[in-house]
Design a binder for this molecule. Structure first.
Ligand code: GRF
Length: 209
């Protein structure tokens, strides 16, 4: 029988701004040899992001690209970020609680190669405070979505989605905890699908360009 060639793992950067629990889930998932992606760097735009410490403890390279010195110059911030991504020869970017919006040109450069996790069943509840808004809307189901990043916020093609029930007496915190448990399973599954090339963004039809 012919020897099988094992495809190289995709090199992944995880971008965070805070606690990094999804980052941790990705790091854990990527440990086995047969996972198709390796987390090679964690990048934060905030020096105080708790996830940075956790990544270091796991022996993963970290980088800080603080947005503040760049003021309103988003392109300059993105150039610094892009330099880090290139330095680490990154194939795929996972946004995990990364609280900065990108310019359309940065998003286009990473088209089909940048993922985000959002704590709601998109297209419901784009934006912030999703759990509070889900409770206020009285929905019976809530959940999490992993999607490709496109210039419009929380609007890219959906890679994976999972729902949780909204229970009688739920608070923002209890609902957030239930959704977060789903997020931690969902993001590694979605990254696997993309890293294995089983899901990708189809080329746009020429007419719509
Ligand atoms: C998660 O709820 C994620 O869906 C949202 O921001 C939160 C980040 O949490 N985009 P963590 O930093 O991964 O713990």
């Amino acid at each position: 029988m012919a020897e099988q060639t094992i495809p190289a793992k995709k090199r992944v950067a995880v971008l965070i701004s805070g606690r990094g629990s999804n980052m941790t889930a990705l790091i854990e998932a990527a440990k086995p040899d047969d996972y198709p992606a390796a987390i090679v760097v964690v990048i934060s735009n905030r020096p105080d992001a708790a996830g940075l410490e956790r990544a270091r403890a796991e022996g993963i390279a970290t980088a800080l690209v603080d947005h503040r010195p760049f003021g309103d110059d988003r392109e300059a911030f993105e150039s610094a970020l892009d330099a880090e991504l290139r330095r680490h020869r990154i194939d795929l970017v996972c946004l995990a609680g990364f609280m900065r919006l990108f310019t359309p040109s940065f998003v286009e450069r990473w088209r089909g190669r940048m993922l985000n996790i959002h704590p709601a069943l998109l297209p419901q509840f784009k934006g912030l405070h999703t759990h509070r808004r889900a409770l206020a809307a009285g929905v019976r189901e809530h959940g999490a979505t992993v999607h490709f990043v496109v210039p419009e916020m929380d609007a890219g093609p959906i890679i994976a989605q999972d729902a949780v029930p909204v229970l009688e007496g739920d608070t923002e915190d209890s609902l957030a905890r239930r959704v977060l448990a789903v997020e931690h399973r969902l993001y590694p599954q979605a990254l696997r699908l993309v890293a294995e090339g089983r899901i990708s963004i189809a080329a746009e039809p020429a007419a719509s360009r």
